[in-house]
Design a protein around this ligand. Structure first.
Ligand SMILES: [Zn+2]
Length: 158
């Protein structure tokens, strides 16, 4: 870190404080040569989040790709704009807050299904039918039945 005024390398930290819940640290520095004061910001690098696929290959978590998959399932469904993005954000936040650096893709798939189940049941069935690849109609029926059962307990107007 060189002094922006004289190029001196030696600087002294005179003040340092956390911004936005400590992801960023702001430092006031003073040049040892000319006493110019300047500010630096240090940002913590987001921890890596790696998805481990069924075949064992690893891939950096891609929030946009996840949002894409959710958006496809929600195509032409009566849901608010940005529902897919919000769901993807929630999944990412949950994964990151769990603190794990490696997550099996099956877990992400399960979380995506859980989100969709809360947003739109048709979208959920669409996603589940691709993701879980129902073996036959019986599988699909079981899933639909469980949605009906759930609907009954939530108490939607008859
Ligand atoms: Zn200086």
């Amino acid at each position: 870190m060189r002094c922006p005024h004289c190029g001196e390398r030696e600087t002294r930290v005179v003040d340092s404080r956390d911004l936005d819940e400590s992801a960023t640290i702001r430092r006031r520095r003073e040049c040892a040569g000319c006493a110019t004061r300047f500010t630096t910001y240090e940002r913590m690098e987001a921890a890596r989040l790696v998805i481990v696929k069924r075949d064992g290959t690893r891939q950096e978590f891609d929030r946009d790709k996840l949002a894409d998959g959710l958006r496809k399932a929600l195509t032409r469904r009566p849901v608010p704009d940005g529902a897919a993005e919000q769901a993807a954000d929630e999944i990412e936040a949950e994964l990151r807050s769990a603190g794990a650096t490696e997550v099996p893709s099956s877990r992400v798939g399960a979380m995506a299904m859980e989100q969709l189940r809360g947003i739109d049941q048709i979208a959920y069935i669409r996603f589940a039918s691709v993701y879980q690849s129902f073996e036959d109609l019986e599988d699909l029926k079981r899933e639909v039945d469980s949605l009906y059962a759930e609907r009954g307990t939530v108490g939607s107007p008859a």
